[in-house]
Design a binder for this molecule. Structure first.
Ligand code: 13P
Length: 257
């Protein structure tokens, strides 16, 4: 049984006071959702603060990005060893906002994935197609290229400690969610791609859905056989909304167990 994960990507939001309140509310609210894994992704500058608030809880912390080199003259960047050192377990890699706004190409995303795995961080590899690509019928080709580059450059074994997030670009921050059937079809395709390289890893790897996930429609998404949780943006900035999604995941996990 794969354990459902609900991850909150706070992106570039929040000042210390809000981060304090949000983290505290989430930490207190999730204590009854013992069946699932909850991970928060604050901005770099808030990682220590969030980490300190979460000690002795089951909630984990991850970073939104890393630089591939372990150290050096890379002004403004943050390395994998630095993240491990302050207690991060996860790191987002290849988020579409970084692929598009900061021109992160397939090779850079693979290098980041490799750097994460090398220091024991668990990468959450984000993949997804744009609206135009979907309309041209290129969804599977785009996803396959994004996944295959990782397998070719980093090796399929790296996926043993990774999570994949399917985030259709047209669903991010738009209020448009993929239907459970649309998402399931892509998730099954991703699992099939991994299975072509390693069946055991394909069965074990968690594939999250991301893109305008909200509490009121999370349940049917989470009930799909190849959807193993959610990577939540906007709704993770509101403790009640985020906790309501965690509740749905907890309920779904109880049905599996
Ligand atoms: P929204 O939930 O705001 O659409 O963001 C999704 C996302 O990009 C998570 O990484």
């Amino acid at each position: 049984v794969r354990h459902l994960m609900i991850a909150g990507n706070w992106k570039m939001h929040g000042l210390q006071r809000q981060v304090q309140a949000l983290t505290t509310a989430i930490k207190e609210g999730v204590t009854s959702y013992t069946e699932i894994e909850v991970v928060l992704f604050p901005a770099f500058v808030h990682l220590n603060q969030v980490q300190a608030l979460l000690t002795q809880t089951a909630v984990k912390v991850g970073a939104q990005n890393l630089y591939p080199a372990p150290q050096g003259a890379f002004t403004g960047e943050v390395s994998g060893p630095m993240l491990v050192d302050i207690g991060c377990q996860y790191v987002l890699v290849g988020h579409s906002e970084r692929r598009m706004l900061f021109q992160e190409d397939l090779a850079l995303v693979a290098a980041k994935c490799q750097a994460a795995v090398a220091v024991g961080l668990q990468p959450i590899l984000c993949v997804g197609e744009t609206k135009a690509q979907r309309e041209r019928g290129e969804t599977e080709a785009i996803i396959a290229e994004q996944i295959r580059t990782i397998i070719e450059c980093v090796g399929v074994a790296a996926l043993q400690q990774a999570v994949i997030a399917y985030e259709p670009v047209w669903a991010i921050g738009t209020g448009l969610t993929a239907t459970p059937e649309q998402a399931q079809a892509v998730h099954a395709f991703i699992r099939h791609l991994v299975a072509q390289n390693n069946l055991d890893i394909a069965k074990a790897i968690r594939i999250l859905y991301g893109g305008s996930m909200k509490a009121d429609h999370a349940a049917p998404l989470l009930a799909m056989p190849d959807i193993d949780g959610g990577l939540v943006g906007g709704a993770s900035l509101d403790a009640d909304h985020f906790l309501a999604i965690c509740a749905r995941a907890h309920q779904q996990q109880s049905e599996y167990s």
